[in-house]
Design a protein around this ligand. Sequence first.
Ligand code: 13P
Length: 262
Amino acid sequence: MAVSRTPLIAGNWKMNLDHLQAVAFVQKLYWTLKDAAHDEESVEVAVFPPFTDIRTVQTLLDADKIPFGLGGQDLSTHDSGAYTGEVSGAFLSKLACGYVIIGHSERREYHAESDDVVAAKVQAALRHGLTPVICVGETAADLEEFGASAVPAGQLRAALAGVPADADIVVAYEPVWAIGSGQAATPDQAQDVCAKLRAVISETVGADTADRTRILYGGSVKAANIAGFMREPDVDGALVGGASLVVDEFAAIIRYQKHVGV
Ligand code: 13P
């Protein structure tokens, strides 16, 4: 029998909002949700600020008892040492991060992160008690050449090498052509690929892991289209970029259950 998975709405801020803007943003988001009497238990919220904001955001979440998850946007494959500019998963854990995004297409493209590097980062995250948010997705050229699911399924298979069955992971399906383009996948397209990704988890890690792992859709998610994705059985949330930087828009995405019939 399928387990129920708590939906996760995650905001990837990318390289936006300094630590002062981050404080104002998180406070406003929290109060907007409070004013709307949002049920904290029904949907998990997580934010992924730039590294330089994390300590400040952590302090705010802690002091004001704001129930948002926190995560980094990347981490090093190494735990410590002479790796100038890198950030260890150990440091993220110390800052009470629960999550870390791994293998975002912008890292794969601009920092030449291979499937092997992504797999090593997944292991680094697990070593430090962080839940990796493993991003996979096809480019427009991949879509034309191989269809929608072959490339993301291959990326996920590689990322899951050596992941034990009891690991907590999150997968984000983010078609590269949908990121920042205003052209989201359709709910049907997202469902089709997310179901295939769940099958990959089942084959490589195990059926129980596949059953409890949350698979998110990302790419031009907005308040106006979130409900369609969330109606799909294998889409358990969203990884939101641009719209996660606008308080009212992100709050409306988090509150999709209120407009699920729209
Ligand atoms: P957009 O929501 O801006 O398309 O970005 C998606 C994304 O890359 C989240 O990681």
